[in-house]
Design a protein around this ligand. Structure first.
Ligand code: ATP
Length: 358
């Protein structure tokens, strides 16, 4: 296992790369801890695969260095990086059995046959392949084949890192939950450095200790799932994470109050005078209805989504979403909304501003 350092790393697929917009990946500096689990999260085209491919050695960055512990691997080919990779679609040998497929990465590595078998059985048990261990891969379902790919990625104990590129795409939705939980358990048990690419926030937030959120080739936040939810560093993170995402309202910030369409909204901290476009961000979960306090609101629609009720409304001319617990009744007295002051984030030109809590 290894600590991974990305030093002044950037990548442009074009030959010039003179302007910032030419870079698929904008300059970044990060140290990813040995044994950590990281999810690279973001929409299509934000640079997740480019970053993963630079770490695996499939792409050589046009700028900066990649270190595994203290060793510079920027120009070291993939096969010499001692990493395991699991891709979106199964990579299995159809004519071999499940057992032989899982054993394959361990062959020629000096392990005894009994050590190989013990490791194969351990992995097969954890990802639910015991029943088909001696079945040929050819006749198995796509789900089972992708489980073999996962198993092959996990079977070697002494890899620097395991890289997953949207590995659950072909997996049946119900099985996804199960496999995600098993991957997390495997991480806890074996302590490999794991990097997991996905555009699915649920997948990222349930799997990883640290989520690396990418937006237009830039890492806009790296933090725990809780930090991404509670204190999004960029409005994009607020909008992308959550269901529905954070409400963003244009506001004038005056010390410990925000002014929205002439209404004063108390904030949980004090702020200096801010330049640029200023907004407040409040999660739908932290809005409460009131009969007479806060911003006047007109309810437009209610969506029942399983365990929550999502109220779509207009408050002081802004569209907002409010998330209520299942079964919460709405009545005609709910004419205003209040925001929990400590849960309000303040943004200037899309970046979060740290207030002074008094
Ligand atoms: P997806 O989820 O769709 O795979 P992604 O977040 O993984 O997207 P990348 O595949 O890393 O994003 O792409 C980042 C940017 O780099 C995109 O604008 C893409 O068009 C561009 N790009 C990716 N690969 C190449 C390539 N081989 N040559 C030129 N441009 C590329």
């Amino acid at each position: 296992m290894a600590q991974i350092t990305l030093s002044n790393l950037a990548h442009s697929y074009g030959s010039n790369g003179l302007h910032e917009e030419d870079f698929a990946l904008k300059a970044m500096n990060h140290v990813w801890q040995d044994g950590g689990s990281y999810a690279l999260l973001g929409p299509s085209g934000c640079g997740k695969t480019t970053l993963l491919n630079i770490i695996s050695g499939l792409v050589t960055p046009s700028q900066g260095r990649v270190l595994f512990d203290d060793i510079d691997v920027t120009h070291v080919p993939t096969e010499k990086r001692n990493i395991a990779q699991v891709f979106q679609f199964p990579v299995v040998y159809d004519t071999l059995t499940v057992r032989e497929n899982l054993a394959f990465p361990l062959k020629n590595r000096g392990l005894t046959a009994s050590a190989i078998d013990a490791r194969v059985v351990l992995i097969a048990e954890m990802i639910g392949l015991m029943a088909t261990l001696d079945t040929q891969a050819r006749g198995l379902t796509p789900d089972a084949k992708q489980k073999i790919s996962l198993g092959r990625g996990l079977v070697r104990e002494s890899v620097n890192a395991i890289l997953f590129d949207e590995p659950l795409t072909v997996i049946d939705p119900l099985l996804k939950w199960e496999l995600r939980a098993q991957l997390k358990a495997l991480h806890r048990q074996f302590g490999h450095t794991m990097i997991y690419v996905t555009h699915d926030q649920t997948e990222a937030l349930t799997f990883a200790e640290q989520v690396v959120m990418l937006h237009e080739g830039r890492v806009v936040q790296m933090g725990t799932p809780e930090a991404l939810f509670e204190t999004p560093e960029h409005t994009f993170v607020g909008h992308f994470i959550g269901s529905p995402g954070m409400n963003l309202l244009d506001a004038e910030i005056a010390d410990n109050h925000a002014l929205i369409a002439g209404y004063s909204v108390p904030l949980g901290a004090r702020y200096a005078t801010l330049a640029g476009r200023t907004q407040i961000g409040i999660r739908p979960e932290y809005i409460e209805f009131s009969a007479d306090k806060g911003l006047p609101v007109q309810i437009q629609r209610i969506d029942d989504v399983g365990h929550r009720r999502i109220v779509r409304a207009e408050a002081a001319g802004c569209a907002i979403a409010v998330s209520l617990a299942e079964g919460t009744a709405l009545d005609a007295t709910m004419t205003h909304v209040q925001f929990v002051p400590e849960k309000i984030n303040v943004y200037a030109d899309d970046w979060r501003v740290q207030g002074k809590v008094v």
